[in-house]
Design a protein around this ligand. Structure first.
Ligand code: GDP
Length: 325
């Protein structure tokens, strides 16, 4: 296993080095994979070239999102899921996405992952990534980091994110299969309903099933999910129970991931989800390019100038928008 966290001193990568890094990453060299993810995280100007080189090699990985409130057992579950996936012969990458500000100095998710079990395993790669940039943050960088891991030939890429409202919904949008993790004793039912979690899960896992109240959480969750109207051929999200710390129930979760994968393929939903994601990605990149053109990035702040004119009444907002474009 390779565990990498974000930050630290990095050697600059030249454009000429990118094709070589891509070939090495595709051969499974973890350092090269890590350096490519760093290019994404740093919003490197080499990204267009990198993405062009990766494009023909993407689409093979299953992207599985794992989200839930702090303390429900995401890290422990990730560890257990890696173990089970490895037993089934799958190569696994974990991208731990930390939506906190780059300046908060908080502990990064990936740094907390206790993955001691996989230290000697070359089939496991773990990396954390924080929002750092000014060009759209994780919504912009996560899909590109996933492309790197996908092209590097991992069978499964687990995207782990701390459940803090909007970011988990965003990250769920990046995954083929989203697992929402809950645990007893955390006011889950209400929390789940509030956070819009009932819409994003393909699988619901109530962890800490060894604790009192787990059955209750599962029952409540099933009841709430049962209220949602679904078409007859729609996927019905199962509610499973685990004790990640002992591994109990984890094989069932991996079975459910596989079943959902099968449903995604046969129903055509996999293609639809991926097209929707690509649309969003293109839109984000296009908007970023536009902002860069008019914003403070390259050429003074044209937008500020126009805004001042609109406030002064010397320009109307439609004309200002036309000028901007
Ligand atoms: P995260 O913040 O969601 O990543 O949660 P962690 O994986 O760090 O787990 C939070 C705490 O819950 C840790 O002390 C774990 O040891 C504990 N924990 C995780 N899974 C289980 C479980 O299945 N049963 C019990 N009793 N404790 C668990």
């Amino acid at each position: 296993m390779t565990v990498q966290s974000t930050g630290g001193g990095r050697r600059a990568i030249s454009a000429a080095a990118v094709p070589d890094l891509v070939s090495k990453a595709r051969e499974g060299d973890p350092r090269s994979v890590g350096r490519l993810v760093s290019l994404v995280e740093d919003e490197s100007p080499l990204l267009p070239e990198l993405m062009r080189l990766l494009a023909p090699h993407t689409g093979g990985a299953r992207i599985v999102g794992l989200t839930g409130a702090p303390g429900v057992g995401k890290s422990t579950s990730t560890n257990a899921l890696i173990g089970e996936l490895r037993r089934r012969g799958q190569r696994v990458a974990v991208l731990a996405v930390d939506p906190s500000s780059p300046f908060s100095g908080g502990a990064l998710l990936g740094d907390r992952i206790r993955m001691g079990d996989h230290v000697l395993d070359p089939g496991v790669f773990i990396r954390s990534m924080a929002a750092r940039g000014h060009l759209g943050g994780l919504a912009w960088t996560t899909p590109q980091a996933l492309r790197v891991l996908d092209a590097a030939g991992f069978d499964v890429v687990l995207v782990e994110t701390v459940g803090v409202g909007q970011s988990e919904v965003e990250v769920a949008g990046q995954a083929d299969t989203t697992i929402v993790l809950l645990a007893p004793g955390m006011g889950d039912g209400i929390q789940a309903a509030k956070a819009g979690i009932l819409e994003i899960g393909d699988l619901y896992v109530v962890n800490k099933s060894d604790r009192d109240g787990a059955d209750r959480v599962r029952r409540d969750l099933r009841a709430m999910l049962g209220l949602a109207e679904r078409r007859d051929d729609a996927w019905r999200p199962p509610v499973l129970g685990t004790a990640a710390s002992t591994g109990a129930g984890v094989p069932d979760v991996v079975d459910a991931i596989e079943q959902h994968g099968e449903w995604l393929r046969t129903s055509g939903e996999l293609h639809r989800r991926r097209v929707r994601r690509a649309r969003e990605e293109i839109e984000t990149l296009a908007l970023t390019a536009l902002r860069r053109r008019w914003g403070s990035v390259d050429d003074g702040d044209r937008l500020d100038e126009l805004a001042a004119a609109v406030v002064a009444g010397t320009e109307d907002p439609y004309t200002a928008a036309e000028r901007l474009l």
